[in-house]
Design a protein around this ligand. Structure first.
Ligand code: AVJ
Length: 316
């Protein structure tokens, strides 16, 4: 059985209002979700292939090495809810070990899920599949066709790093509230490490991360009608160790005015638009967060260098 549902779709006007409010703020900023238009999603896939970008590779190694133990901690028969599923490949690798009863990929755009899910349903005909288009960052209201029993929320890739620790706590609490007493969470978390390794992962030699960040300006021109000139901006990506986060910014290479249908803004040379945060945790700091959110019976798996961590947590 295969089904697609579109929830809380944001309309064009509210997207424009949100973006222009951020661009007009004293410290200009945009939400990282706007990094992912069609080209942005492809550039992110390319980032995952870079030698400097260790998270994807390291997380895959952890799942390969500890897959059996992870499946054992979870048990079979879950309702597997995949947050930010994309091409559904990471979750599909868990199917043989986990034997979920229902698979629920959630992504901002349901159209992006369609093709991958149709293919997956043919490969695994006995799993009920329900694709959901939803922005789950602000609320987590799942439609009735998602089983309540034994929900396993899957949130890989350290995407939780885009939230501040306070937002992460609220997000984890919402996940917990969406589970029955059998529910749980399987999450990938990037760990604090040497600054040089972190800096390189977000400012690679080929400039793919720079292209990923700069592509945001093209996306903004399309969404709000700004006239950003990509040539006039530089990528900045670095670890801020005080805040324990990677910061990505776009920096004006020279003073310039950016115009849009109902307004404009001047950027001085060196002035920045803050485009992404990616928080890094220690095992201790993330354990604290899970416990504060009310999760119990925590299990952790990591790689030999302890660069990345996969956690499973029970609701009860
Ligand atoms: C998709 C949020 C996990 O923070 O590492 C990669 C996004 N940004 N390179 C990350 C990203 C720049 C990525 N997440």
């Amino acid at each position: 059985m295969l089904q697609f549902i579109q929830c809380n779709e944001q309309n064009d006007q509210s997207v424009r209002d949100e973006l222009l409010a951020g661009l007009s703020a004293a410290q200009a900023f945009t939400s990282p979700k706007y990094l992912y238009d069609a080209l942005g999603s492809k550039l992110f896939e390319a980032i995952c292939e870079l030698p400097e970008y260790y998270p994807t590779r390291t997380e895959a190694l952890i799942f390969k090495t500890h897959g059996r133990a992870i499946a054992q901690a979870i048990g079979s028969g879950s309702t597997l809810i995949d947050l930010g599923a994309g091409n559904c490949a990471k979750a599909a690798r868990l199917f043989p070990g986990l034997q979920p009863v229902q698979y629920v990929p959630v992504d901002i755009s349901v159209s992006f899920l369609r093709e991958s899910l149709q293919r997956l349903q043919q490969q695994f005909p006995s799993i009920v599949m329900t694709g959901i288009g939803m922005d789950f960052s602000s609320e987590l209201l799942l439609p009735d066709s998602v089983r309540d029993k034994k929900r396993l929320f899957f949130y890989p890739g350290s995407s939780i790093g885009n939230f501040t620790p306070e937002e992460s706590l609220a997000f984890l609490q919402r996940i917990r509230a969406a589970c029955d007493e059998d529910g749980g969470l399987l999450i990938g978390v990037d760990l604090v490490k040497d600054k040089a390794i972190l800096d390189a992962a977000y400012d690679d030699a080929l400039g793919v991360t720079a292209a990923f960040n700069l592509n945001l300006l093209r996306h903004l021109n399309h969404l709000v009608g700004t006239d950003f000139d990509v040539q006039g901006w530089r990528h900045r990506g670095f670890f801020n160790d005080k805040a324990s986060r990677i910061e990505m910014h776009l920096e004006a290479a020279s003073g310039q005015i950016v115009r849009w249908p109902q307004g404009e803004r001047r950027f001085e040379r060196g002035e920045r638009i803050h485009t992404e945060n990616s928080y890094k945790y220690t095992q201790r700091s993330f354990t604290d967060l899970l416990e504060q959110a009310g999760f119990r019976k925590l299990s952790f798996w990591t790689d030999p260098q302890q660069w990345f961590m996969v956690c499973h947590a029970h609701v009860n």
